[in-house]
Design a protein around this ligand. Structure first.
Ligand code: NAD
Length: 492
């Protein structure tokens, strides 16, 4: 997967050195050590991958679905066998703790398992006698060559939101992973190679904007799946659809959580601490705004400040570490700047995670858990995705006011409520303007057999990733109406 410290592309069943003019360093954010380098592959290399995929498509499509999924069963076994080793790669290039890396791989494996249901999931339907002697059928056929562009924060899981469904339904798939965390994908593709997919069915092209643009403009690419920031999601959705492709583009988030006075406070604080500070807050489903109602405020603020101050921060492979670094020095500076902005807008910085370091890892990109209180709901910090371990508190007196705050946002990835009241939970579930809802849950991440929803500025498209949605996205429906009069048949 690499040669002389340079990651290779995987095209047409072979590991190939890129002719890229530029390679970027891939850096361990806990140590600032360079792990490897990644090519910014030019458009010609995208074209080679697309040509190989298009050549592989007819035979792959004709391979019975029951045979196609045998490669996914092999992949599942290989992922289980190598889970710890791949998790260590994720921790080294992405920064999260080893336990978090294993956790994200489990969610990725779950998608491989779910896609093994393709023989049932991609079935069509039919009616006999829509008119006398005439039958009508709907069948699902693959699109051809499809591609996915993925972000840095879940390098093991997010490619698997797409690849298993795409290939199980008979498509040929190209991955362009994040250039910040490319080594995990390279390791994944070594396993895909061992799983025995025919050349051209699964391919890996490293790179950044130029590589992505080549995929978006290539006439043979039929569909694009994207996960990343909202600005890029919008760009990719508009360029892909303008070029006549299907697109599903998941964007950024700013997830609010309402805490009712009747919530069990100890459990709420524990779950909220994991949601806000787990993965260093670099989760699209991280709790980022806490909205305690009435007297919930003081107890929650006290509990979450204790949890924030006592969280053990460090290198994710070290024993007992509960939170790793953020991804880059630029990210660290941006988060620190947003904390400062919040203070300027009148927030009280109850726990300040800036200017901290971890002994023995002085060069790491550290931001410790941070809690801001009295955040102005109309201020910049209330609207901006921080994507770091920062929780903002906003006070309210009623559930109606809290729901108004929840819905007063551009994003709509997740909204949660902590309560002991079924009616409060129902009122919230009914009214909250978000695609993933949690009731006494801190990270409402749908299982692989449900769509990963997401609304408003958090999603552009109609069919989401995972489950039936993934199968529908990667297939086109064909409707057949048939008449076979008996009198036309040869008589025997
Ligand atoms: P990003 O948007 O910077 O990058 C995502 C991908 O897009 C990468 O592969 C990158 O190479 C490519 N890219 C970046 N700029 C581009 C451009 N101008 N043109 C074409 N391609 C470009 O996102 P990131 O920083 O890697 O990931 C963090 C973001 O992802 C956060 O906003 C987070 O909320 C979001 N995210 C969303 C979900 C979800 O399910 N909605 C899940 C995970 C992450």
């Amino acid at each position: 997967m690499s040669q002389n410290g340079q990651l290779l592309n995987f095209v047409n069943g072979q590991w190939r050195r890129s002719s890229a003019g530029q390679y970027l360093d891939v850096v361990n954010p806990a140590t600032a050590a360079v792990m490897t380098t990644v090519p910014l592959s030019p458009g010609a290399e995208v074209d080679a991958a697309v040509q190989a995929a298009a050549a592989a498509f007819p035979a792959w499509r004709q391979t019975p679905v029951g045979d196609r999924i045998q490669h996914l069963f092999k992949l599942k076994a290989l992922l289980e066998e190598h889970i710890d080793e791949i998790a260590a790669v994720i921790t080294d290039e992405c920064g999260k703790t080893f336990a978090e890396s294993v956790g994200e791989l489990r969610r990725g494996i779950e998608n491989v398992e779910t896609a093994c249901g393709a023989p049932i999931l991609m079935q069509g339907y039919n009616n006999e006698d829509i008119a006398r002697g005439i039958d009508e059928h709907m069948i699902r056929q693959p699109l051809g060559v499809v591609a996915a562009i993925t972000p840095f924060n879940f390098p093991g899981m997010i490619p698997l939101w797409f690849l298993p469904y795409a290939v199980a339904t008979g498509n040929c798939f190209i991955l362009k992973p994040s250039e910040k965390v490319p080594a995990t994908s390279s390791r994944l593709f070594e396993l895909l190679e061992q799983a025995g997919f025919p050349p051209g069915v699964v391919q890996l092209v490293h790179g950044a904007k130029e590589t992505v643009d080549a995929l978006l403009d290539h006439p043979t690419v039929k569909a694009v799946s994207f996960v990343g920031s909202t600005a890029v999601a919008k760009y990719i959705y508009s360029r892909a659809t303008a070029n006549g492709k299907r697109a599903q583009c998941q964007g950024g988030a700013k997830n609010p959580v309402v805490i009712m006075p009747d919530a069990d406070m100890e459990t709420t604080v524990r779950i909220m601490s994991d949601s806000a500070f787990g993965c260093a807050g670099q989760r699209c489903l991280a709790a980022s705004v806490a909205i305690p109602v009435g007297e919930a405020h003081d107890a929650f603020a006290e509990g979450i400040c204790d949890a924030a101050s006592s969280r053990k921060v460090g290198y994710g492979m070290d024993e007992g570490v509960q939170m790793g670094p953020v991804i880059t020095p630029q990210s660290k500076d941006r988060i620190a700047g947003l904390i400062e902005k919040g203070a300027q807008e009148g927030a009280n910085v109850l726990v300040d995670g800036r200017n901290r370091t971890v002994s023995g890892y002085d060069d790491g990109y550290w931001v410790f858990p941070t809690v801001l209180d009295n955040v102005d709901p109309s201020g910049e910090i209330a609207r901006t995705e921080i994507f770091g371990p920062v929780l903002s508190l906003m006070r309210t007196e009623t559930i109606e006011d809290a729901i108004e705050l929840v819905n007063n946002r551009a994003y709509g990835n997740m909204a949660c409520i902590f309560t002991n009241s079924g009616s409060a939970a129902r009122q919230f579930r009914y009214a909250a303007d978000a695609g993933n809802i949690g009731v006494n849950i801190g990270v409402a991440a749908p299982m692989a057999y449900f769509p990963f929803s997401g609304w408003n500025e958090s999603f552009f498209g109609d069919l989401h990733g995972q489950s039936h949605h993934g199968v529908e996205f990667y297939t086109q429906t064909k409707v057949v109406i048939e008449r076979w009069p008996k009198e036309w048949s040869r008589r025997f």
